[in-house]
Design a protein around this ligand. Structure first.
Ligand code: RB5
Length: 146
């Protein structure tokens, strides 16, 4: 898959490890920044990445900030994005199976690097179940258009 990665300064320290891990799993990674640990605004990173996932330029996106919360709030404003904030393996698996999430958000200040990499691997490897869950995400999409 084509995977885009974006981080703010709160997760810059873990970005390269995440990229290396995704590549080890056989995917192609595009690094959309940030490119140093100086303070930046997470919505700017979301603006760079999320529309490119929604448009299909990338199959999946991973957005990391201090808590993952700001990234997930911002990413879910973008039409076509289903961003999931996951800090455990169960949620990472289920959000793929049930929500067909196309962006994974995590907080670099919440989890250690090892658990984050495990979650990335689970999330990238899990398929969408479809069926009744397709009906539900179709209804979610309807909420995007008032
Ligand atoms: C930056 O200090 C921090 O607010 C950001 O990384 C993130 O945690 C926001 O949700």
């Amino acid at each position: 898959m084509r995977v885009a990665v974006g981080v703010d300064h709160g997760a810059f320290f873990v970005k390269q490890a995440v990229i290396d891990h995704i590549e080890t799993l056989g995917h192609t990674v595009t690094d959309l920044g940030t490119f140093d640990d100086s303070s930046c605004d997470y919505p700017d990173v979301v603006q760079e990445l999320a529309p490119k996932v929604a448009s299909g330029e990338f199959d999946r996106g991973i957005l990391l900030c201090g808590t993952g919360i700001g990234m997930s709030i911002a990413a879910n404003k973008v039409k076509g994005v289903r961003a999931a904030l996951c800090h455990d393996a169960f949620s990472a698996r289920l959000t793929r199976q049930h929500n067909d999430s196309n962006i994974l958000c995590m907080g670099g200040r919440v989890l250690g690097v090892g658990p984050m990499l495990d979650i990335v691997g689970i999330w990238l490897g899990e398929a969408f179940d479809g069926g009744r869950h397709q009906r539900r995400i179709d209804k979610v999409a309807q909420l995007e258009t008032p």
